[in-house]
Design a protein around this ligand. Structure first.
Ligand code: OFO
Length: 166
């Protein structure tokens, strides 16, 4: 059985993963209507799907442990962006906030001596390491490229490859 503190914190995390999925869906939709950003578009559709999977894993876990996973209401995410750089800065900022939230949860699980939840969360800890590393790599590359059109062309072409290596 989950303590009510853990149950509430896991439900908050469910909401955060759902918000991430929405935020990345909005980035995908924005990218899709820009000329030539097919790679970035696919990247964010995939990211959005992944975040939905993160949310589902949490929902199943909470219910399995005798809690009740609450499907949250969601605020509208940011839907337009000034630049491609801006999208990726927001992506990194978002992932850093998720990592901080997962770390808080891990701390709470230890404090409550809920070792099963602590163990369950380790998957999220490593997932966040990867996602943050990927977001940083992509930001670094975009910074190098600046406004150079052929650089952006290459970035868009290679983005799905970076994903596999980060
Ligand atoms: Fe990348 O946020 Fe989920 O865990």
């Amino acid at each position: 059985m989950l303590t009510s503190a853990i149950k509430d914190a896991l439900n908050q995390q469910i909401a955060m993963e759902a918000e991430s999925s929405q935020a990345y869906l909005a980035m995908a939709s924005w990218a899709e209507i820009q000329p030539g950003l097919d790679g970035v578009t696919n990247f964010f559709y995939q990211q959005s799907n992944e975040e939905r999977v993160h949310m589902l894993k949490l929902i199943r876990y909470v219910n399995e442990r005798g809690g009740f996973a609450v499907v949250p209401a969601l605020p509208q995410p940011v839907i337009t962006f000034q630049s491609l750089q801006r999208v990726f800065q927001d992506f990194l900022r978002h992932e850093m906030a998720v990592s901080a939230s997962i770390n808080e949860l891990v701390g709470l699980a230890l404090q409550e001596r809920d070792f099963a939840t602590h163990n369950f969360l380790q998957w999220y800890v490593s997932e966040q390491l990867e996602e943050e590393a990927l977001a940083r790599t992509l930001n670094d590359k975009l910074e190098l490229v600046g406004d150079d059109k052929s650089g952006i062309y290459m970035f868009d072409k290679d983005i799905l490859l970076f994903r596999g290596h980060a």
